[in-house]
Design a protein around this ligand. Structure first.
Ligand code: SF4
Length: 178
């Protein structure tokens, strides 16, 4: 990372995240076995949401980013940010993702109810997008629910390869078989 980019990250970062749950070794929030962080706060309020207790921004408890990073390193698995919506208040996740990317070789998936195109228009959300490997985007739409889908609840949601999409300036879906 360049010095100016690092400074920009520092300005947008926060040193804590409200967390509802942490799951270790889960295989449902992305490929392989992962450490999943469930954050508080979501403004989408999708009908049929699997986790409505996560909607309140005051749910769960505030944990220091340093502490979360240590838990992730100790678990030694790839990482998923979910909730709630990690993109609602991306500041703490920007800090955490920066640490994961600069100090480990772990990949990061992030679930969000916003569409990828919307995230790119919001400076801080875009910053978090750029630190992630895969974004699973879009609200949960009950009428498009499909139990046969991998890693997403409804057919409108997309599993997006971030690097390729940013390079090609177009949505590139992530291949689950690579
Ligand atoms: S985006 Fe996810 S957490 Fe938020 S309401 Fe929709 S399904 Fe629930």
């Amino acid at each position: 990372m360049t010095g100016s980019y690092t400074n920009k990250l520092a300005e947008c970062a926060s040193n804590s995240i409200r967390i509802l749950d942490i799951k270790y070794g889960t295989s449902v929030d992305g490929t392989g076995l992962r450490t999943s962080l469930y954050c508080a706060g979501c403004e989408h309020h999708c009908s049929g949401c699997h986790n409505p207790q996560s909607w309140s921004e005051n749910a769960g408890e505030s944990l220091a980013v340093e502490e979360l990073f240590k838990l992730i390193v100790d678990a030694d698995m790839n990482v998923t940010f979910t909730g709630g919506d990690p993109m609602l208040h991306p500041e703490g996740f920007i800090e955490l993702a920066s640490m994961i990317k600069s100090r480990t070789n772990k990949n990061i998936w992030c679930y969000t109810g916003y569409k990828f195109e919307e995230l790119l228009l919001h400076p801080q959300r875009r910053m978090l997008v750029e630190l992630c490997d895969v974004i699973v985007d879009g609200r949960y739409e009950e009428d498009k629910r499909d139990l046969s889908l991998h890693f997403r609840g409804s057919a409108n949601q997309r599993i997006i390869d971030v690097k390729e999409s940013l390079e090609k300036k177009d949505i590139c879906l992530y291949s689950l078989f690579k």
